[in-house]
Design a protein around this ligand. Structure first.
Ligand code: ES4
Ligand code: ZN
Length: 319
């Protein structure tokens, strides 16, 4: 799969492979609940989003220094390059690091220097998106966003992630208004485990430019029509959906149906170290189960570029 693609739904903390977690834990003297690499590897069976998040939040404690953030960013870009990624819009969870006493400058400085070095090494262009936790109070997101703006930390946009059910987008209306006023891009996870109503709120109240996941839109015909008319990008993550059991098997995945209905869908990898693979593995798994033809593969790749925050000229260079 070497068509040019943009990776638009990737959490940096979800690229930590078990061997890297094990190595960084030793290097940084961080104690995790796992007694060995094998014990850690036994933890990767998830029954829903929350059981995954519990493991992901535990393991990211191994990230301590600016150098760690730099190194894991480069390691991800090296792997992405091998799957044909030409542009990445990378998510990170600022609250996960601030609550452990790691400063924003360390986190963002490390990731940014990794992205710059990755661009020089692999030619992958980048943007950086800070995702706020929906399970935490909106006041926490607002406080951090204000700091990012006041201290001029280099972020290109904000997103919304973590546990979805019970945390509707409406809670974050002011945070997103503030971000838009400061010319930041805005995206949100919605319709992964949550109902179509959460997608509608993300559109109407947060005024997002993309929906992350969005697969439950198919339960609401009027919403599908609207998403088609607006050509609203949906960043779909097939292996994630199967591993978190939002769909039963890959053969049941609605991706092909979404394409047929004319939705602006593209394929992404979410947390590749946890869900069984990077962008190429996601394409391959979908192709194996649903049999994408050449034109569908080309549409998915092109949609990823169209849905990115690159300017028109940079998009034209890639398609
Ligand atoms: C996530 Cl798969 C997924 N959903 C919501 N929040 C997340 N954070 C990291 N991965
Ligand atoms: Zn995600």
């Amino acid at each position: 799969m070497k068509l040019p693609v943009a990776e638009l739904h990737i959490h940096l903390e979800g690229t930590l492979e078990p061997d890297v977690i094990d190595r960084l834990a030793k290097q940084n003297a961080v104690t995790l609940p796992w007694t060995s690499l094998e014990h850690l590897q036994e933890q990767y069976n998830f029954s829903n989003l929350q059981t995954f998040l519990d493991l992901y939040y535990t393991n990211l404690a191994v990230l301590r220094t600016r150098g760690d953030f730099h190194d894991v960013t480069i390691a991800y870009l090296r792997r992405a390059h091998a799957s044909g990624v030409r542009h990445v819009e990378l998510f990170f969870d600022p609250q996960a690091h601030l609550e452990r006493g790691i400063e924003l400058a360390e986190v963002i400085g490390g990731i940014r220097s990794g992205l710059r070095e990755g661009e020089a090494l692999f030619g992958i262009t980048h943007q950086l998106i800070a995702c706020f936790w929906r399970h935490a109070p909106a006041e926490s997101a607002m406080e951090i966003l204000r700091l990012m703006v006041e201290q001029q930390h280099e972020i290109d946009g904000i997103g919304l992630d973590s546990s979805e059910l019970g945390y509707p987008p409406v809670l974050f209306q002011e945070v997103f208004a503030f971000a838009r006023e400061h010319n930041l891009h805005v995206v949100a996870h919605a319709g992964e485990e949550g109902p179509p109503e959460y997608i509608i709120q993300a559109l109407d109240l947060l005024k997002v430019e993309r929906i992350d996941h969005g697969i439950r839109c198919l339960e609401d015909d009027a919403l599908v029509q609207r998403l088609v008319t607006e050509q609203m990008p949906l960043t779909v993550c097939p292996l994630s959906n199967v591993r978190l059991r939002t769909v039963d098997t890959m053969a049941d995945h609605p991706l092909k149906k979404m394409l047929e209905r004319g939705l602006m869908v593209s394929i992404h990898s979410d947390d590749p170290a946890y869900f069984g693979g990077y962008l190429d593995a996601n394409f391959e798994a979908v192709h194996q189960a649903l049999g994408l033809n050449g034109s569908e593969r080309a549409t998915l790749a092109r949609n990823s570029i169209t849905s990115s925050f690159l300017d028109a000229e940079a998009k034209a260079d890639l398609v």
